[in-house]
Design a binder for this molecule. Structure first.
Ligand SMILES: *Cc1c(COP(=O)(O)O)cnc(C)c1O
Length: 404
């Protein structure tokens, strides 16, 4: 009888008691809307923005309704509009090209490497096609940000960083989200902070940030923000910036303020889990682990590996066998989009062009979550199950019979 894993890949930890108490305190006031304050009161949303800006080392921060809303707002704040082209990763999740489409712009996809980061040669080749890059640090893999910024600065491209999977990570000591013009984060349940839904946007650019605050639905209450630019920045944008309502509320902000304090500890615990799975999968023939560069200080709340150049039916067989033993792998090569997983060629509204080198990587790419409810023993068991099933399926491939 084969061992089976019985944990849930979608079960996050409960919220800390202090976060629950903070939420209850807000509910007792009835003032959940961020601009509903009594004299002398500072809203939880404003406090969250100040604290997140300080933590990440940014001048300005805006909290909003979701990560996807933060991305669309960042695009609008930089002046992206209908018909504009925006460079973005071919390997990302649907809300990223979706944010671009939501402002009437057109995504131009850039390939992925075997290291699961944006292909910087492809980016350089396409750099004349757009003046904004929406860079997705997909699944926590960070590219050579020094080279990326050199390419973009050289081509006059402004960078929006999608840090949905890199909150707390660094490249060469610089926090993810602090390389480009604007950094966007998600606080949706599956990300590094959990308020159900929510998003954050950071920048040092006063004009872009004043626009973002107006866009989020601040009416004329920007003076109640603690991490927004001064009145002169708003004076310049007030009359030509629409209100596209998408504010954060005080209930979620109160929860997030408490969670933020334990984020560094959570990041360390995710990485312990990641390294346990990585060690358990080292040296499995046919299975490629992802190299992590020295300059990358990652936070891995998920795990990826490649079955590079495997026949599709064999990858599907590994997925099915692991699922039968309780290990949920998401496959980026599946013939149809499933759950949260889809790939660029399904985003037909964007008119994607075939990218063979990217297709090769995605066809072999497997992905799973590592929630903090998993113990290190759980992670070791998951690795053993994957190792066994990959080894067995591979043994049946032509030319591999000699393994047995
Ligand atoms: C989750 C996610 C988003 C969007 O965040 P939401 O808060 O769910 O809107 C954007 N990009 C990536 C890579 C994500 O995983």
């Amino acid at each position: 009888m084969k061992t089976r894993f019985t944990g849930s890949f979608t079960q996050q930890e409960p919220l800390p008691e202090a976060a629950i108490e903070a939420a209850v305190r807000v509910m007792r006031t009835g003032r959940l809307h961020r601009y509903n304050t009594v004299s002398g009161e500072v809203a939880e949303a404003a406090l969250l923005e100040r604290e997140f800006a300080d933590w990440i080392g940014a001048k300005y921060c805006l909290s909003v309704a979701s990560g996807g809303y933060a991305l669309a707002t960042a695009l609008r704040a930089l002046g992206v509009g209908p018909g504009n082209r925006v460079l973005t990763n071919a390997f990302t999740l649907a809300p990223v090209p979706g944010a671009i489409a939501s402002v009437g712009a057109v995504p131009v996809f850039v390939g992925v490497t075997e290291g699961l980061v944006i292909d910087l040669d492809d980016l350089a080749a396409k750099s004349g096609q757009a003046d904004v890059l929406m860079l997705s640090h997909m699944r926590g893999h960070i590219c050579d940000m020094d080279r990326l910024m050199a390419i973009c600065d050289g081509a006059g491209i402004r960078v929006i960083e999608d840090c949905a999977h890199t909150m707390g990570a660094r490249w060469n000591g610089v926090m993810s989200g602090r390389h480009g013009a604007i950094g966007c984060y998600s606080t949706q349940t599956y990300k590094h902070l959990n308020s159900g839904e929510g998003g954050l946007l950071v920048s040092d650019d006063a004009e872009a940030m004043a626009r973002a605050v107006m866009l989020s639905g601040s009416y004329m209450f920007h003076d109640r923000h603690l991490a927004a630019p001064g009145p002169e920045a708003f004076a310049a944008v007030t009359y030509d910036t629409p209100n596209i309502s998408g504010r954060m509320d005080n209930l979620r902000a109160a929860i997030l303020r408490v969670e933020l304090a334990s984020l560094p500890d959570k990041c360390a615990r995710w990485n312990e889990r990641y390294r346990t799975v990585e060690a358990g999968l080292a040296g499995v023939p046919g299975l490629t682990l992802i190299d992590r560069p020295e300059a990358e200080d990652y936070v891995m709340s998920s795990f990826q590996f490649l079955l590079l150049d495997w026949p599709g039916e064999d990858v599907a067989e590994v997925v099915a066998r692991c699922a039968a033993r309780g290990v949920e792998l998401k496959w980026f090569g599946a013939p149809e989009p499933q759950g949260f997983t889809s790939r660029y060629h399904f985003w037909r509204y964007a008119g994607p062009k075939p990218m063979p080198a990217t297709d090769r990587v995605l066809a072999g790419l497997l992905d799973m979550r590592l929630p903090l409810t998993f113990t290190l023993e759980d992670c070791a068991l998951i690795a053993t199950i994957i190792r066994d099933e990959v080894t067995e399926v591979r043994a049946r491939q032509p030319g591999q019979e000699t393994v047995w």
